[in-house]
Design a protein around this ligand. Structure first.
Ligand SMILES: Cc1cc2nc3c(=O)[nH]c(=O)nc-3n(C[C@H](O)[C@H](O)[C@H](O)COP(=O)(O)OP(=O)(O)OC[C@H]3O[C@@H](n4cnc5c(N)ncnc54)[C@H](O)[C@@H]3O)c2cc1C
Length: 467
């Protein structure tokens, strides 16, 4: 029998597997994806958010605990568990030497609109390189990995893990870590969670999934049915406005359009609907998917002029280009008259001061609803560009309630040998909202805790069995 069974094959699962193995446990990791698609959403990532009190290798200046905490408090609107959030924040300051030991390399942030060089450490080669490094290290340490191994149910006894089932095969272990992601890839569940809106639309039918197709929420649903304590609202998710031409799954980061704060966003009726310059893009990009989801037809159009070009990361698909704004409206299929009214109102309302996209500058609108609070400049330099955007789900926040030891709970009672990490418990820290890089901070912190705790539970149990 294995000491520790890890269910999932992304960052949280791999951190847990490595920690459990380092603690001396025998480890089997079950990944539902085939080898070439291993690594879940983690393969699409680029960075993690790290607390630090002074400049550290790739990180500039300082990003103290209190500032990280305040950022989290702000984006979640207080819908977070402070104890667990602080566990994540503190762990983010000390995890990088451990990550390096397992082959992860870091690089400074690239230029662009994401203002992240102080707060986020970027993975050299992105999440794919991180995942590959962890699998390599796990293999070298003797962690057994099985691909094409989707777990569909667990055998539990009074809140204790006994065994997992993969295509009818029963696999026993002394302890188990659940790290099989959210339910973002399950379109039926998303449809059910979002329901039908007042216009009779099923908004989720127009969602695209930015990451893996394998996070179907099978174990999340199973654990709910088994009576484990649940946290989070099924409609809350990290949801970005992405290029409407993106594929249904695995479009990754290149389909994101980071130009919103540099231009204006209009809906299908050619009307603006939110302040594009409310705050820095890393603190706001994850609200735009939801904002677009609430618009008719779940579509929005980001419009920029040539002044914005070169100031944001170029997306993979080129924008629709036109030499005049009316021409752009026609090319985007928008009502030209309404579009021009919206753009003329916006242009006339701009009060341009000292434009600086790296600070919350004084370029704003006056007498316009909704306002654009920063970076407001008239769109007047051709050619103009437009991008049709759809809600792109990154990951859902519904998950298992846990504690600082990553234990799964049943009716308020902690399991002795069943632990949870990553997206499957991220909702404890992220009740709503998001700040860039915190997903990997949560998965790394809780993956490592869950792996250590699982090893401890398993080895204690093995000792008892021998005694
Ligand atoms: C495009 C994109 C970009 C992102 N960029 C960043 C970033 O730069 N920084 C950041 O912090 N976060 C980022 N995120 C979010 C980040 O990916 C997640 O927060 C993090 O990867 C979650 O790790 P995880 O291990 O919990 O989930 P995942 O990495 O998704 O792993 C879940 C694993 O479980 C497996 N699985 C699912 N069901 C089963 C089952 N029944 N049995 C067995 N295995 C199963 C899956 O195949 C997968 O391997 C990004 C996400 C996407 C989609």
């Amino acid at each position: 029998m294995h000491d520790v069974l890890i269910i999932g094959g992304g960052n949280a699962a791999l951190c847990a597997a490595l920690m459990a193995r380092e603690a001396g446990a025998s480890v089997l990791l079950l990944e539902s994806a085939p080898r070439e698609w291993r690594g879940g959403n983690s393969q699409h990532t680029r960075n993690l958010r790290c607390m630090h009190d002074e400049p550290q290798d790739v990180l500039l200046d300082a990003y103290p605990e209190q500032e990280f905490w305040q950022d989290l408090l702000k984006v979640t609107g207080g819908n977070t568990d402070e104890e667990l959030a602080r566990v994540v924040i503190r762990a983010s300051s000390s995890c990088r030497p451990w990550m390096r030991r397992h082959g992860v390399r870091f690089q400074p942030a690239l230029a662009g609109t994401l203002h992240l060089s102080r707060t986020n450490a970027f993975f050299m080669g992105g999440g794919k390189a991180l995942v590959n490094a962890y699998y390599r290290s796990a293999g070298n340490l003797g962690v057994q990995v099985r691909y094409d191994a989707p777990v569909d149910s667990l055998e539990l006894a009074d809140g204790r893990f006994v065994a997992a089932f993969v295509k009818g095969e029963r696999i026993e272990a002394r302890a188990c870590v659940l790290a099989s992601g959210g339910f973002e890839s399950n379109r039926e569940w998303l449809r059910e969670a979002w329901g039908r809106n007042e216009r009779g639309e099923w908004p989720a039918d127009n969602f695209l999934i930015r990451g893996t197709r394998f996070n179907q929420g099978v174990l999340l649903k199973h654990m709910m049915a088994q009576g484990s304590d649940i946290i989070g609202d099924p409609t809350q998710a990290h949801c970005v406005a992405i290029d409407a031409r993106a594929p249904l799954y695995d479009g990754g980061i290149v389909t994101r359009v980071d130009a919103v704060s540099l231009g204006v966003m209009v809906n299908r009726e050619a009307v603006r609907f939110y302040d594009e310059g409310e705050d820095f893009w890393p603190k706001r990009y994850a609200i735009w998917g939801r904002l677009v989801a609430l618009q008719p037809g779940q579509i929005g159009y980001c419009v920029i002029d040539s002044k914005a070009v070169g100031r944001f990361m170029p997306p993979v698909f080129p924008g629709v280009q036109a030499d005049t704004l009316p021409e752009l409206a026609r090319a985007l299929g928008l009502d030209q008259h309404r579009f021009m009214q919206t753009l003329n109102d916006y242009n006339a309302a701009c009060r341009v001061g000292n434009f600086d996209h790296t600070v919350l500058d004084d370029c704003h609108t006056e007498g316009l609803a909704p306002a654009k609070s920063h970076w407001a400049r008239p769109l007047d330099l051709p050619p103009y560009y437009g991008y049709a955007l759809r809600p792109g789900i990154t990951f859902t926040y519904l998950g298992l309630k846990t504690d600082a030891r990553a234990r799964v709970h049943f009716g308020g009672v902690a399991s002795e040998n069943l632990f949870v990490a990553g997206e499957m418990m991220a909702g404890n820290v992220l009740g709503k909202g998001y700040t860039a890089g915190v997903g990997m901070s949560i998965g790394t912190a809780f993956g490592r805790i869950a792996g250590s705790e699982a090893a401890r539970a398993a080895l204690k149990k093995a000792d008892h069995a021998v005694a």
